[in-house]
Design a protein around this ligand. Structure first.
Ligand code: SF4
Length: 449
């Protein structure tokens, strides 16, 4: 960068957004930029999410707040990135100081564009079309909180679930070149990653891009996992999010054949009734989902499954809700993210009749969340007096006796706190432990001798 500048990145939404923001911060830093707080930064980037109404409203409120508080500083450059940028486009340039709006596809060119706008404060830029391919980005300083690093393997989605805005804000599915994915994995392992998480809207459709007639030169997702798992220095591999209809025999078998692949899987179910699954356009039935869970548990009996659930989808009845609750119980999810349905622009369900009242949605959400609490409590209790390994992430709060503790995740992606001798413990270290007791959303353990 020809001129020194400071920047601040605010990130909303999914892990892919978090990972994109880390990449941008790494490149801006490599080009001489310095991170600063939102009150003083020359450049403020909002990497946004519009998967539900709430995050979209939060972005607009945040913009008004920043523009309101920083109007005294003409050179301030606000860049709105990601899904709200794609959804609202050039309208966002009407906010004072917003001089750049860019959809996620254009992240690769942001460092250059930010530089140009800093040199020409009157410039306003909108980068909103979808790129034909996933465009590889320059290598920056890989920023991640060791021992876990995330690697995006694709962009966009071809499924068009009727409630979802993602295909309209992130475009059709485009998979990265496998070689580019592997080189980023190697780079992050080189910078201390012990665990890698492969990211995509629909990871197990890797390489099956509709825009290329579902055929590309890329390996299957299961093959890609094998290649990543074989990288020297990697201890653990995870991925998110798969689509239940795209889980292949190979993907399932990998949970028993690939030692590095952790026995935890986030498998979005969304609903439990066939009628609602059909209206959502999910491409599987309740029976298919149950069978898939059974096959996963056959492959890896101790697998920890988590999920996503939407309540209050248009036309949803109490019977439909009971189907969702009973499927949750049958699958024994260890945790879940659950949300009230909200209309999304362009998503087909926004035109469906029989919308559910907010009051009913909230009641149904409470039913789902209280069942989940029960399922999680049972699973956490079943872990007591068992042994496992945790990958240390950092010091956690001192324990009840005021002793210094560390926290980390076990192979089931559960947070575990362990008390270690004063001088022991370092980030990324794998520590064998015995689970002593269960907390509400975590476990407490003692180190094994
Ligand atoms: S699979 Fe469905 S819910 Fe997930 S990103 Fe694609 S369209 Fe959205």
């Amino acid at each position: 960068m020809s001129m020194p500048f400071t920047f601040h990145i605010l990130t909303f939404g999914c892990q892919m957004n978090v990972n994109d923001s880390l990449w941008l911060a790494g490149v801006l830093s490599a080009r001489g930029g310095k991170e600063a707080d939102v009150g003083t930064a020359d450049v403020i980037c909002l990497n946004t999410c519009s998967v539900r109404e709430k995050p979209e409203i939060r972005v607009k409120n945040m913009l008004s707040q920043i523009c309101g508080s920083r109007k005294a500083n003409p050179p301030l450059l606000i860049a709105v990135l990601g899904c709200v940028a794609k959804q609202h486009g050039e309208d966002l340039l009407s906010f004072p100081n917003v001089r750049l709006v860019a959809a996620a596809d254009h992240l690769f060119e942001l460092p250059d564009v930010i530089e140009k706008i800093l040199q020409n404060p009157d410039q306003r830029v909108a980068l909103l079309d979808f790129t034909e391919d996933f465009v590889e980005r320059e290598e920056g300083i890989p920023l991640f909180s060791a021992p876990t690093a995330y690697v995006n393997i694709m962009q966009g989605c071809d499924n068009f679930c009727t409630y979802c805005i993602v295909p309209y804000t992130r475009g059709r599915q485009r998979s990265r070149e496998a070689g580019a994915v592997l080189s980023e994995c190697r780079q992050k392992i080189g910078y201390g990653a012990k665990e890698l998480v492969l990211l995509g809207q629909n990871v197990n459709a890797f390489g099956l891009d509709a825009c290329r007639g579902h055929k590309t030169q890329r390996p299957s997702f299961a093959r890609l996992c094998q290649e990543v798992a074989a990288l020297p220095g990697l201890q653990r591999l995870r991925y998110t999010s798969p689509h239940p209809k795209d889980m292949t025999e190979e993907d399932i078998a990998a949970f028993s054949t690939l030692p590095a692949l952790c026995p935890s899987l986030h498998l979005p179910m969304q609903a439990g009734s066939d009628r609602i699954l059909r209206r959502m356009g999910r491409g599987y039935t309740r029976k298919d989902f149950l069978l898939l869970v059974e096959r996963l548990k056959n492959a890896r009996p101790d697998i920890a499954l988590s999920t996503d659930i939407i309540v209050g989808f248009p036309g949803e009845t109490e019977e439909d809700l009971n189907e969702t609750l009973s499927l949750m119980e049958a699958c024994g999810f260890v945790s879940s993210y659950s949300f009230c349905y909200s209309d999304r622009p362009e998503a087909r369900a926004s035109t469906f009749p029989d919308k559910i009242s907010q009051e009913t949605k909230v009641k149904r959400l409470e039913a789902v969340q209280s069942l989940q609490e029960e399922l999680s409590r049972k699973w956490l209790a079943s872990r007591c007096q068992t042994e496992t390994d945790i990958l240390l992430e950092g010091p956690s709060k001192r324990d009840a006796e005021g002793r210094k503790s560390w926290q980390g995740r076990d192979p089931y992606n559960c947070l575990v706190h362990v008390h270690l001798p004063e001088d022991a413990g370092k980030r990324g270290e794998s520590v064998p432990v015995r689970i002593r007791e269960a907390g509400k959303h975590c476990l407490f353990a003692d180190p094994l001798p």
